[in-house]
Design a protein around this ligand. Structure first.
Ligand SMILES: Cc1cc2nc3c(=O)[nH]c(=O)nc-3n(C[C@H](O)[C@H](O)[C@H](O)COP(=O)(O)O)c2cc1C
Length: 215
């Protein structure tokens, strides 16, 4: 009886050690303050804006990631909490999820942090296109309908799609200014991705957008 107990205890310790080693739990990442100066002139950026699908796996420095997320949907008027992209009835229902090799995070514009969601690389779940598989950063735009409770579903869908378009265009413009490559995508495996992301019933993925350096 005692021997059996000892054997179980040893097995438990060994298993816990293995899980702890292979399943590194991701933590909140404090991003550096976004650099709001510089960048190319607007007309030059508009001339360069394009979809680029040949994306290298080279990592994006954390400062550039912070700048990118602020440009996408960061707070540009702290007194009101309003952001770099417009939002229907200021519902701010779109969250930017950030999928990287180390795991899935959600951008917290108020704290300028990446909050942990899933300690797993879910990028290949989204889409098997080379752009998604190779890009170091995959932005996933998710609408949270619980932030627009008063509207019928048709209006929620319309607002969420248009709001995502503005954010995605900010990303396109930032990428054009920074020499980064990106493409917005409506084609992704919605069901699998929703499951992997642990989304709530009221959350819906609208579009995905890989970002990286051009190949
Ligand atoms: C709502 C939307 C969905 C899109 N979905 C995809 C997609 O699934 N795959 C893809 O490669 N490009 C996708 N695109 C990118 C378009 O193909 C691209 O914008 C178009 O060919 C024009 O090229 P440009 O962005 O370089 O001007 C999408 C664009 C939009 C606006």
């Amino acid at each position: 009886m005692e021997l059996k107990f000892l054997f179980c205890a040893i097995c438990g310790i060994l298993m816990a050690g293995t899980i702890g080693f292979s399943d590194e739990v991701i933590k909140s990442v404090q991003l550096p303050a976004p650099d709001k100066s510089g960048g190319k002139p607007l007309m030059e950026v508009l001339s360069k804006r394009q979809s680029i699908r040949n994306i290298s796996s080279k990592e994006i420095p954390v400062q550039v990631l912070s700048n990118l997320l602020w440009a996408a949907f960061g707070i540009n008027r702290p007194e009101s909490g309003k952001k770099t992209a417009p939002s229907a009835v200021n519902a701010q229902e779109i969250d930017i999820y950030v999928a990287m090799q180390k795991g899935l995070y959600v951008y917290n514009a108020k704290n300028n942090t990446l909050d942990p969601v899933v300690s797993k690389d879910i990028r290949s779940t989204a889409n098997e296109s080379p752009a998604v598989l190779s890009a170091p950063v995959l932005l996933i735009y998710v609408a949270d309908y619980s932030r627009m409770p008063k509207f019928p579903q048709e209006t929620r869908d319309f607002f969420s799609a248009t709001d995502t378009g503005f954010i995605s265009q900010n990303v396109y413009l930032f990428c054009a200014s920074e020499g980064l490559a990106t493409v917005v995508m409506g084609s992704f495996t919605k069901e699998r991705l929703t499951k992997e992301m642990n989304l709530k019933k009221e959350q819906k993925i609208i579009l995905i957008q890989p970002v990286g350096y051009p190949k």
